[in-house]
Design a protein. Structure first.
Length: 271
């Protein structure tokens, strides 16, 4: 990849490299302490760097530093950023493949048609209506791509992996969907995903509740993951852990950790 000689850019790249190295060391150290049954054949958890509120230039710097997966929370930010990154990398000599985009935020059903254009993973599926919308969007995009009316997208060649987001709040309502599906509905939602053309159930995802012990929350997520895997053996992904609790998540068996501020620094002020 072509690098810049601009001192400011070089300084930011060096800062990201230092932060990235520290996070990778934390992941490595946490993985060394995992119980054997949670070691996933010795593979380290995948690092998804969440670039919310940070510019496409930072994504390009991260790609230069070897980051292969980035996460976004909002489609209105993710779509243009993914397009800018892809176009920039395509102009490199030789061309560089873009990172895989993981959509990790709450997703409105009417945004599904946009997200499938760039996302390689969707971590936040929490209700049947969203499954329906995503499946419809994938099939529509595939038809458009075949007709030459759409740019290629990851879902054109493979079914879109979707994770069931679980609400681990101890007082979660059985019929509530904000922030995740109730634990009692996870397996049913996984079945709905797997039965929808264009999608596949990839596993589970959760955020540790505020004020709760993250190890206990992630232990619950691990148990739910095992329930899903008994029916869908390939649904092995467990997306858990952020900057403050990645060690607890890795110890509990996370396969993906979603890290933002510890790699990129304090988030810019929202204007």
């Amino acid at each position: 990849m072509t690098t810049t000689t601009d001192p400011q850019d070089a300084g930011r790249t060096a800062e990201l490299a230092q932060r990235l190295s520290a996070v990778r060391q934390r992941i490595l150290h946490a993985a060394e302490g995992r119980a054997p049954e949670r070691a996933h054949r010795g593979e380290l958890p995948s690092l998804v760097v969440v670039t919310k509120f940070f510019p496409a230039q930072d994504v390009l710097r991260l790609r230069e530093l070897g980051v292969r997966a980035v996460g976004e929370n909002k489609d209105q930010e993710a779509g243009p950023k993914a397009a800018e990154v892809a176009e920039t990398l395509a102009r490199q000599e030789p061309p560089v493949s873009p990172p895989a985009w993981h959509f990790v935020g709450q997703l409105q059903s009417n945004k599904a048609k946009h997200v499938v254009k760039y996302a390689s993973w969707v971590h936040s599926v929490d209700r049947p209506s969203l499954v329906t919308a995503l499946g419809k969007a994938v099939r529509s995009h595939r038809n458009a791509a075949l007709a030459g009316d759409a740019r290629p997208a990851p879902c054109d060649d493979v079914d879109l992996p979707c994770l069931v987001q679980v609400n681990l709040d101890p007082v979660a309502e059985p019929d509530g969907h904000r922030g995740g599906a109730h634990p009692d509905t996870v397996l049913e939602l996984a079945r709905t995903l797997e039965g929808t053309e264009g999608l596949r159930v990839g596993g589970v995802m959760a955020v540790a509740p505020l004020g709760a012990e993250p190890r206990e929350a992630f232990e619950t997520l691990w148990k739910l993951s095992q329930d899903v895997q008994r029916e869908f053996p390939d649904a092995r992904a467990i997306s858990a852990g952020m900057s403050a609790d990645l060690e607890a998540a890795v110890a509990a068996g996370a396969t993906h950790v979603r890290i933002g501020s510890d790699v990129l620094g304090p988030r810019p002020a929202v204007r």
